[in-house]
Design a protein around this ligand. Sequence first.
Ligand code: NI
Length: 174
Amino acid sequence: MTIRKILTIPDPLLRKKSLSVEKVDKEIRNLMDDMISTMYDAPGIGLAAVQIGVPKRVVVMDLSKNPDRKKPMYFINPEIIWKSNVNSSYEEGCLSIPNQFAKVERPDKCHIKYLDYEGNEKKLEAEGLLSTCIQHEIDHLNGVLFIDYLSKLKKDMIIKKVSKDKKELERVVV
Ligand code: NI
């Protein structure tokens, strides 16, 4: 398991639509292992493969927020098959948009289908934080970021801030 570099905005790859996984094999499982280590290291509660530069429809999540009781979840080709009309809002953040948070409204409940770590077909009925998180991650697979739900003004402000922080950081590193 390798901790990989997480891409941050405005990296253009984050806007790319990820491709479906044809076969759940060793390569995909290695990718998921790297993703989960990278996510725990960050730390974060969800990560899409494209965020480490691999535009494939793979997501990992762990909402337990407890390093001693890890509950890793793996989703391959996740697809929303139903969502509720009722919305809920959470203060969202994203490992690709460091240190920025904003309230985003999304359907409170959703049902998804996906393939698990072994490649078996699964369904999941999600609500609350789980529902929000899986929708946020599926958005990544379609090149969509949480800032896309904000006003243009707020979105531009966040992009500017993150780009500026990134440049400053690079200056220190170099
Ligand atoms: Ni994210």
